[in-house]
Design a protein around this ligand. Structure first.
Ligand code: EPU
Length: 352
């Protein structure tokens, strides 16, 4: 087991914030995690699990032992009457995995093309885009308990998926996520080793999202293939969202807030153009990007942290931004949206 010291993390977080891991172990297998847990020096030490670093804001050097997950491998492991069950190691790049499933003839993940990060991080925040969430295609995952070393398997209900939420974002004893089941919270406790997806044998495109409808009209195509949807989602994302390799960012910085129909009616009375979607349970989801945009934040900066000029929901590193600058900007945005609309935006990334 090799423990690296003072490892620069700039290339390991998509915000490209400069910080160090005081101690870091690259984990390439279940046995590597077990070796850490068997080590007298590190067994009881606080640990931080790092995947692709696409959903974190580093506000300083990371003192807990960083377990950088680099577990590879992807294969079809099973076939059921309805689905191909495909498994990937937690360290696989998410987008490359999505492209691979399509190339193998297992469509179903195409709406989630080009989401930055690793397969292992995808269940943590139940990633989603263009009408499909990870939970819609999830079969099960294997994880290791960092306290006991026990390997366990969770199904979708046990993961307690919610909107950008799961059991992995909640500490022990924390209340269940909205709409989720009560499970012991696994934040800072579990390291995801492998994830399995159920990809339907009878595939149907998931359409109905405004940006995808536009692509269908443009291409005069009413029944696209999975590959076409994959290509369109890549085009849409490249046009709207900054490429983290060029401009540091962590995707949407805030969740889209959900309000009651009464609250929404009140906002519409004042702001008739507010972008909103009615949900099946009667509540209403508001577009946080629109709210931030309406407060005039697009293109604005605090120090070297800024609001992306094509999507106000995305905060960017304009070069050399610190985590402190990103969080100061985030707080200023929260304050102005709260003062104008009475809504407190909830950040999506984990602040480390
Ligand atoms: N809008 C504005 N101004 C802005 C940004 C957005 O008016 O600056 C309006 C848009 O015109 C649109 C609406 O707000 O009418 C929603 O915008 P968009 O379609 O870009 O989607 P979003 O709600 O901002 C969510 C996800 C994205 C995901 C897209 C597509 C969240 C927090 N974000 O964004 O996920 O790619 O939908 O499904 O749910 C991520 O989580 O990192 C992420 C990028």
């Amino acid at each position: 087991m090799l423990v690296e010291k003072n490892v620069p993390l700039e290339a390991c977080n998509t915000f490209h914030i400069v910080a160090k891991a005081l101690s870091l172990v690259r984990v390439r297998s279940q046995a590597d995690v077990q070796a850490v847990l068997a080590s007298p020096e590190w067994a009881a030490a606080p640990k931080f699990v790092l995947g692709g670093g696409s959903n974190i804001v580093l506000t300083g050097d990371v003192k807990p032992l960083v377990l950088k997950v680099e577990i590879q491998g992807r294969q079809r492991v099973q076939e059921t009457a309805k689905a191909h069950i495909v498994e990937a190691g937690a360290g696989e790049d998410w987008h490359e995995f999505v492209a691979w499933t399509l190339a193998q003839g297992y469509p179903g993940l195409e709406n989630m093309a080009l989401i930055p990060g690793t397969v292992g991080a995808s269940p943590v925040q139940n990633v989603g885009a263009y009408g499909v969430e990870l939970q819609d295609r999830f079969e099960s995952l294997d994880a290791i308990d960092l306290h006991t070393g026990q390997v366990f398997t969770l199904n979708a209900a046990q993961c307690a998926f919610g909107y950008r939420d799961s059991v992995f974002k909640h500490g022990a004893g924390a209340p269940a996520p909205v709409g989720g089941h009560q499970t012991v919270g696994l934040k800072d406790r579990a390291l995801i080793l492998r994830v399995r997806f159920a990809l339907p044998k009878v595939w149907k495109p998931v359409l109905g999202y405004a940006d995808l409808d536009k692509k269908m009209a443009e291409h005069q195509c009413s029944s696209p293939t999975a590959q076409q949807i994959f290509d369109w989602v890549c085009e849409i994302r490249r046009a709207k969202l900054p490429n983290p390799q060029l401009i540091g960012n962590a995707g949407s910085f805030f969740k889209n807030p959900t309000v009651s129909p009464e609250q929404c009616a009140d906002i519409i009375a004042r702001e008739p153009r507010v972008v909103h979607y009615h949900l099946a349970d009667g509540s209403v989801k508001l577009a946080a990007g629109w709210l931030i945009d309406a407060c005039g934040w697009k293109g604005k900066s605090v120090g070297n942290a800024g609001v992306y000029d094509k999507q106000a929901l995305v905060l960017v590193n304009r070069g050399g931004a610190t985590g402190g600058e990103v969080m100061t900007l985030a707080k200023a945005i929260q304050t102005s949206v709260y003062e104008r609309f009475g809504i407190l935006l909830e950040p999506e990334p984990v602040v480390v």
